[in-house]
Design a protein around this ligand. Structure first.
Ligand code: HEC
Length: 161
């Protein structure tokens, strides 16, 4: 009678170990609800001649929450800062361009503990309409490019006066 109990306990321990090692894979980034009402930082337009066109082509608007706005001044962002890169296709009618349908929403969330391996920022991509991150690029692809702006805490844009 003793042996099966030992085996059962062993199996349970193995299962618990498996569960714990798989329970917390990548820390996640939440969809930034209501971000279009945050502070608008800048707008850009990426056209067909740009190498980034396939993925990021069209108009993009950058939005910052209140903590991120404080961070721009110091070029250091506190935990809780969130930045959003909101991409819409560009419609052109009679040489007048305007934003069309949303293509994707890219997000950076500052949390030094959860995202320590990527400069303290969590990166995620939400294709239009998605509320779960499902970007084509893994987070480290985002980070490798943003790391070129390490001196500005991995942020490219600046807040204009
Ligand atoms: C090849 C380089 C490159 C890659 C890869 C890249 N970005 Fe960016 N990102 C930029 C540039 C350049 C800007 C600034 C655009 C501007 O000035 O209008 C930017 C801006 C941003 C911003 C606004 C804050 C800032 O840095 O100015 C966010 C948020 C963002 N990107 C998130 C992401 C996420 C999430 C990914 C991965 C899914 C990603 N980026 C991949 C180059 C990149």
């Amino acid at each position: 009678m003793r042996l099966p109990l030992v085996i059962t306990l062993g199996a349970m321990a193995a299962l618990a170990w498996l569960a714990s090692s798989h329970a917390d894979p990548q820390p996640t980034v939440d969809y930034p609800q209501g971000f279009t009402r945050w502070t608008h930082v800048t707008t850009g337009l990426i056209g067909p001649g740009n190498p980034a066109y396939a993925h990021f082509g069209g108009f993009h608007d950058v939005y910052a929450n209140a903590k991120a706005i404080e961070g721009y001044g110091a070029a250091r962002f506190a935990d809780g800062a969130v930045l959003v890169f909101d991409v819409h296709e560009a419609k052109t009618v009679q040489d007048a361009a305007s934003p069309g349908a949303r293509r994707l929403v890219d997000v950076m969330v500052k949390d030094r503990v959860r995202f320590g391996s990527t400069g303290g920022w969590g990166f995620a991509e939400f294709p239009a309409g998605a509320r779960e991150p499902q970007g084509l690029q893994p987070a480290n692809a985002c980070y490798s490019c943003h790391a070129t702006r390490e001196k500005q805490d991995h942020v490219f844009t600046r807040l204009s006066d």
